[in-house]
Design a binder for this molecule. Structure first.
Ligand code: UDX
Ligand code: ADP
Length: 477
């Protein structure tokens, strides 16, 4: 039996739900697409006439919203009505790591998934296909199914609603989300009901070729997403571990990564060393993997993946120590400029950004930070640092120690060092010779994203330290 889908709803208007639904609406003009969220401010921003106010920054997103919003794409807080009129409901809510209770620090908190499932159970009408889109621990579909199917109990004689559950994890990366959605490497759909799977395939078939659509059982689909993220993160920790060795031996990490990545069995992607991975997925997903491995008694497997996280954290602490050592062992009351706070370029997202740990370490050492990021608001920076400060029981007065800079000149003025933490393209065009004249001597640039070409510095008296570059170490001027 083929299932006709005319209206879809997505619960969660965040970094995944917003862009994903915008692309579906653009590619499937025949569908009505409604994105709902509990957060009224967020929905208001999605509906703002001024497209620079969208809550998510993604290249290409503004154009999509302009084309589809109000035509077949709608943003609403009316969760009840939106679910009731939909044939298919995507769950795209956040699943942060649990802060307390059973599994604290490792397991994902499924409270938002649970409340979404309860809303669907309550408000759905007729047959509804429920699609998990959030990155979730394996066996989450079980939780969703239990909630949905228990809502049907007692209705056997007049079944006004029925459900099927699919898992279709989203592989988009922030900063390239729109392109990833339009040209996905694969679309994964896990489930039992052939009709429901086909209904979702029929949506994707509008722009994705069928050989890229993989159909699996629901558990394989859930575990594939965790595994893909764990493998990607593991490559970053691997290359970051080698970056430290490069610095000791005189090798350059970019040369090593290129030589290694040209082996087709290894491949060149995700071999860029830096201040460690951030973002909402990698850490959370590995913690999840560690948690379920332990749950099933696979302690060696759990320990293996735990090391990927340890190296990531170590890289950030290692960087702070290098900076402090180069600045004569103390940064107390020294002004340090921070270029970039987002966890990667082309996003305004700061979740798990390496900048949070590194800035927090420097603040603990007594530094004053002047911070510039082209897309992250000061409030967001201050909140992220405050959260970590509180979580670690530190008592730094964040507001007194950080400042935003509105220009590179302002950031550099009187600073002892500038630290590049995000690879924003605009940082590539900075006139460092001009900037260096504004800094206190001896002045340092710590390039953690391989942005700077040291050949362009001529006789400048800047000290440049590049992460993983053993060939330009120990060059203090
Ligand atoms: C990731 C996965 O790539 C995506 O498939 C999944 O759906 C969600 O998680 P995202 O976190 O948005 O996407 O961005 P990604 O490009 O993977 O970068 C994650 C972090 O790794 C960033 O902090 C980035 O700077 C870092 N990174 C990435 C490196 O340090 N080196 C690299 O070579 C690649
Ligand atoms: P992601 O990166 O996974 O998209 P975000 O935090 O950016 O995560 O977005 C998730 C969104 O889901 C948030 O805007 C949050 O308000 C919303 N949300 C969480 N639980 C519910 C719920 N039960 N109903 C509606 N929206 C929800």
């Amino acid at each position: 039996m083929s299932v006709e889908v005319k209206t879809i709803c997505c619960i969660g208007a965040g970094y995944v739900g917003g862009p994903t639904m915008a692309v579906i609406a653009d590619k499937c003009k025949y569908l009505k697409v409604i994105v709902v969220d509990l957060n009224k401010d967020k929905i208001d921003s999605w509906n703002d006439e001024d497209l620079t106010k969208l809550p998510v920054y993604e290249p290409g997103l503004k154009d999509l919203i302009k084309r589809c919003r109000g035509k077949n794409l709608f943003f609403s807080t009316n969760i009840q009505q939106s679910i009731a009129q939909s044939d298919m409901v995507f769950i795209s809510v956040n699943t942060p790591t649990k802060k307390r209770g059973l599994g604290a620090g490792e397991a994902s908190d499924l409270k938002y998934i649970e409340s979404s499932a309860r809303s669907i159970a309550e408000f759905a009408v007729g047959h509804t296909i429920v699609v998990e889109k959030s990155t979730i621990p394996v066996k989450t579909a079980e939780v969703i199914k239990t909630i949905l199917f228990s809502s049907q109990k007692g209705l056997e004689n007049k079944p006004s609603k029925s459900f099927t559950v699919l898992s279709s994890p989203e592989f988009l990366a922030e900063g390239t989300a729109i392109d990833d959605l339009i040209n996905p490497s694969r679309v994964l759909i896990g489930g039992e009901s052939k009709d429901s799977i086909n209904a979702l395939v029929n949506i994707y078939k509008n722009w994705v070729s069928e050989e890229k659509i993989i159909k699996t059982n629901i558990w394989s689909s859930e575990l594939s997403k965790l595994t893909a993220n764990a493998f990607l993160a593991q490559r970053i920790s691997s290359i970051n571990s080698i970056s430290a060795l490069c610095e000791k031996t005189g090798a350059d990490i970019s040369e090593v990564a290129k030589a290694v990545g040209m082996d087709y069995r290894i491949g060149r992607h995700f071999l860029k060393s830096g201040p460690g991975f951030g973002g909402s997925c990698f850490k959370k997903d590995i913690l999840n993997l560690v948690y379920i491995c332990k749950l099933y008694g696979l302690n060696e497997v759990a320990n293996y993946w735990q090391e990927v996280l340890k190296i990531n954290h170590w890289q950030q602490n290692r960087l702070t120590n290098i900076i402090v050592k180069k600045l004569f062992g103390t940064v107390t009351n020294k002004k340090i400029g921070i270029l970039g706070f987002a966890f990667k370029a082309d996003t305004n997202d700061t979740r798990e950004s390496p900048a949070i740990n590194i800035c927090s370490n420097l603040l603990l050492e007594g530094a004053k930070l002047s911070i510039y990021d082209p897309k992250v608001k000061f409030q967001e920076i201050s909140d992220s640092l405050n959260d970590l400060n509180n979580a670690q029981d530190h008592t730094i007065k964040i507001k007194d120690s950080i400042f935003t800079a509105s220009s590179f000149e302002q950031l550099a003025n009187g600073s002892d060092a500038i630290l590049i933490l995000t690879e924003w393209v605009e940082f590539k065009n900075i006139d460092w010779v001009k900037i260096s004249k504004l800094m206190r001597k001896p002045s340092w640039i710590f390039d953690c994203r391989d942005i700077i070409d040291v050949n362009h510095f001529g006789e400048s008296d800047l000290n440049i330290w590049k992460l993983g570059f053993g060939s330009n170490m120990d060059n203090q001027k």
